[in-house]
Ligand binder design. Structure first.
Ligand code: F6R
Length: 242
């Protein structure tokens, strides 16, 4: 694992965008695995600027998002579909047909999950997977448990995650209790992983993930087994790293 400790969120975001930009420059038809939440917002802003400045062209890029809330349709303002279009897709030139997110409001979630994995396999897996990390060490919505799933699946969100994500909703009650998440299989099979974390609330999860025991109770700790992980953390998120 390559670890970069940077000064702050701005520097983390810039460095992350530079890595994504390098990936799509080297391989224009790259398959990117993308995350939502607060962490990658600055990275998306930097990528949008690079696109406007003609530094990158995303016309051949294919994307697969990590997750979506169960029950929220694409138009719902808190859905990850909405987030991705608002913060990234609507501002760059990735063709709509190349964009994939699990459909959270389908009648048949099992089929959505199976089809999602089939599509990822059809594109021969993910070249670069961007990850944030939960305060509890989750990646995607693979929550701490005594076992983890490899395939895309339905999950019940933990209380930690519901609490952490309630900041995007008007109350904690409104946070969906379930989600669809890419499993550990697609994440671990990505050819390269970019793990991002900012802020002291992530410090313990980062310490446990990069230097703790490898355990399904800290899903991000499994990344220690991946050969190509770049971790970029700011000073606060790095405060417990020895
Ligand atoms: C989001 C996702 C989650 C977040 C994590 C951190 O698509 O998969 O694992 O990356 O919950 O969220 P933030 O960045 O909001 O702290």
């Amino acid at each position: 694992m390559r670890l970069h400790i940077v000064e702050d969120y701005q520097e983390m975001s810039k460095k992350a965008a530079t890595i994504v930009a390098s990936q799509v420059t080297l391989k224009p038809e790259s398959v990117l695995g993308l995350a939502t939440g607060s962490t990658p917002l600055g990275m998306y802003r930097n990528l949008v600027q690079m696109y406007r400045d003609d530094i990158i062209d995303l016309s051949e890029v294919v994307t697969f998002n990590l997750d979506e809330y169960l029950g929220l349709g694409p138009e719902h303002p808190q859905s990850y579909h909405h987030y991705m279009h608002k913060n990234f897709f609507n501002q760059v030139n990735i063709p709509e047909d190349n964009i994939h997110l699990p459909q959270g409001n389908s009648e048949n979630i099992e089929q959505v999950c199976r089809e999602y994995d089939r599509k990822i396999a059809r594109y021969k897996g993910i070249d670069l997977q961007v990850l944030g990390i939960g305060v509890n060490g989750h990646i995607g919505f693979n929550e701490p448990d005594n076992k983890l799933k490899t395939a895309t699946h339905q999950v019940r969100l933990t209380e930690d995650t519901i609490k952490a994500n309630s900041r995007f909703f008007s109350s904690e009650e409104e946070v969906p209790r379930r989600a669809v998440s890419m499993g550990m299989g697609s994440i671990m099979q990505a050819r390269m992983i970019l793990l991002l974390a900012s802020g002291k609330q992530k410090a313990l999860a980062i310490k446990n993930s990069i230097s703790g025991e490898i355990t399904t109770e800290v899903p991000a700790s499994l990344l220690q087994l991946h050969p190509e992980v770049i971790t970029i953390v700011d000073r606060e998120a790095a405060m417990y790293i020895d």
